[in-house]
Design a protein around this ligand. Structure first.
Ligand code: ZN
Length: 390
């Protein structure tokens, strides 16, 4: 199957200029100034991308694909992700995580859902475990999960600094990180520990102490929700100055901003102004998570649902509102997560990579067309491939 995309301006995410791009089956086959097809050539779809920007398919590295939450009892367990929640948002690669509820949400179910999303057309991996320590894995051991199960690429999300976390000690975190590290080394995977950081004032202390007391490198950890409050954000800057990765969560509700949550686009600008290297920063949506609102006594006031569509919205805001160049802002949802998570075929437009592409309308950076593994999923902003039950 051949698809030729002509006249698009390619951001790889670095700017390549106006080029033609040929998709061969599931891969990016050729990128060239001009690709011409001989007359009467075999089956080929030609797409004129004049006035469009061609960018890599987005990677959302923290999504509750089987649903999450449930902090307001069983009826508040959030629903599963549907295919078009991802594709309409330009997301072609997802990393699934469990979250708060490691009892009714299981690894078997998470892997089955990841396989389902793959059968429907996008790429999906998962992390092993949930908020709680000791981790509930698939095989009984972290390293075995990562080494033996293709879909499992690391650990997460393990919760710290949160009233819902099991308050892991430095020793417990060190053991998790070293098991993840060994699993990653022996399987060629990232083997990273995705850490949920809550609102408590311990912030990143547990993982920083692991780094101080052992020779586990700081980049073994991938802390998320760094923008959730102003004091954690400042700690995030300090952590990044030591070389650590920082992940911002794009799903939010207005009340969180009133309480001091840092809007991702503004946070990105601030980190760059603080001389944090762009390669250390990523955005994830926390899609399908419950966004619970607790009062000062820990009583649940209400909850909303995290949305994958917020991922690119914040990148777009970083460009349009904060003046960050597109090729820089794009990195937080393309090249950076691909590098951090060792997804070697993802996150960039170059020959031989997977044909995951998003075509943006140049005038307003809205999503026009989405390709996942060479297949067109979205056309003129509408889903042309739907999930099985959509
Ligand atoms: Zn979380």
């Amino acid at each position: 199957m051949l698809t030729l995309i002509k006249n698009g301006e390619i951001y790889a995410p670095h700017y390549l200029g106006k080029k033609d791009l040929l998709i061969v089956d599931q891969k990016i086959g050729f990128i060239s100034e001009q690709i011409t097809i001989p007359e009467n050539f075999v089956d080929i779809t030609v797409l004129d991308a004049e006035g469009k920007l061609v960018v890599p398919g987005f990677i959302d590295a923290h999504v509750h694909i089987t649903g999450g939450g449930g902090e307001g009892s069983f009826h508040t367990r959030t629903p599963e992700l549907q295919l078009t929640d991802a594709t309409l948002s330009g997301v072609t690669t997802i990393i699934g995580v469990i979250g708060t509820d490691g009892t009714t949400r299981t690894m078997s179910n998470l892997i089955a859902k990841a396989r389902g999303l793959e059968e429907e057309g996008i790429t999906c991996f998962v992390q092993t475990g949930s908020y709680q320590v000791p981790l509930k894995t698939l095989t009984g051991k972290i390293e075995d999960d990562i080494i033996l199960v293709d879909k499992i690429i690391g650990v997460g999300e393990v919760a710290i600094a949160d009233h819902r976390s099991s308050q892991p000690t430095v020793e417990e975190m060190a053991k998790i990180a070293s098991a993840a590290r060994i699993g990653g080394l022996l399987s060629g995977k990232a083997g990273i520990v995705n850490v949920h950081v809550g609102d408590s004032y311990d912030h990143l202390k547990v993982i920083e102490e692991v780094v101080e007391r052992t020779d586990i490198p700081i980049r073994q950890f991938y802390p998320t929700h760094i923008n959730r409050n102003p004091h954690l954000f400042e700690e995030g800057i300090r952590f990044a100055k030591k070389g650590g990765y920082v992940d911002f969560t794009t799903s939010t509700i207005p009340k969180f901003f009133d309480e001091g949550e840092v809007k991702c686009s503004i946070g990105l600008k601030r980190m760059l102004d603080m001389q944090i290297d762009i390669s250390q920063i990523t955005f994830t949506s926390d899609g399908q998570a419950s966004l619970p609102d607790f009062d000062e006594f820990g009583e649940l006031l209400g909850l909303k649902l995290g949305k994958v569509e917020t991922l690119f919205k914040e990148v777009r805001a970083a460009v349009l509102e904060e003046g960050i160049p597109l090729e820089v802002a794009l990195r937080v949802i393309t090249q950076n997560p691909a590098t951090i998570l060792k997804l070697n075929k993802k996150g960039m437009i170059s020959e031989g990579k997977d044909a995951d592409l998003v075509l943006l309308n140049k005038e307003d950076y809205s999503i026009n067309t989405v390709f996942a593994l060479g297949k067109r999923m979205v056309e003129d902003g509408k889903a042309i491939v739907k999930g099985t039950f959509e």
